[in-house]
Design a protein around this ligand. Sequence first.
Ligand code: PEP
Ligand code: MN
Length: 341
Amino acid sequence: MVIILKKSHDKAQLDSLISWLKSKNFECHLSSGTSQTILGLIGDTSVLDIDLLKAMDIVGDVKRILEPYKNVNRRFHPDDTVIEVGGSKIGGGNFGVMAGPCSVESAEQIIGIAEKVKAAGANFLRGGAYKPRSSPYSFQGLRDKGIEMLLEAKKATGLPIVTEIMDISQLQYFDDIDVIQVGTRNMQNFELLKELGKCRKPILLKRGMSATLEELLMSAEYISAGGNTEIILCERGIRTFEPATRNTLDISAVPLLKKLSHLPVIVDPSHATGKASLVKSMCLAAAASGADGLMIEVHNDPAHAWSDGQQSLTPDEFKSTMDAVKHIWSFCFDALKEKSN
Ligand code: PEP
Ligand code: MN
């Protein structure tokens, strides 16, 4: 980190700043030029409050050289993190596909879809039991009953389960859930993230709809700072001025996140586009961009789905998407690897 001092600073102020920084175990390197005085800090600056420094009388500006996240930073952990759940892997050359309905509607529905997505090649079953809905009058999910149905589907198919948590109080129902999803609306629910940091199971962290990549990675850092390093990042579209799609899929987030972090990165084209007709092409784009996997909404009867039917694929559409993705992914994975070698 570099602190640029104001021209007007006096020696007493500078000495007091340096001794304060030394008391925090930073090594300080002062460089006094003709027009600018700069203080270079050596030490773990991720614990320093940059805004506090900027507010100091003698400080003109502060520039970070290293990113403010450490645990999830590829700089410090060059190897890809591989998440393994019940024999299914994501990351480090393993492509994971999570598929299933937006909401769990009944045991028959979720088991039926689980069987179909498994047969088409999905290796995780998704399904919402606790649903974050924009309207309090919309279906809110089957809650703990939905979790029980997901576990029935796990028993029937062997597929590991991914489902969303909205509040710490729901954690008691997640003992047998394999991957806990944090949705876009909770990406910065820091108390929830801290609690999930204490869990010993993978967390699927979806990007906040208005969050920068650095904010996403700082949220992942919250989880890993608590000791849970099993995190999967998910690009699910961001809010832009474009109303033609539900969100705008930020495909460049994939290679960027993979450059900045060792964590696996997956793409959710269903919530990113809000349109079933766009899902297949965005799955192919995600695979070509180097994503480690996909999360796709699949429903047995999209027209009558209790939520997000407009963006859900039928099992047949899912199968044709999977066949195309497998082809593209293995070709692109090898091509991307060659490029980075
Ligand atoms: C979901 O996956 O069902 C969901 C609500 O996703 P998001 O948080 O990305 O909107
Ligand atoms: Mn949904």
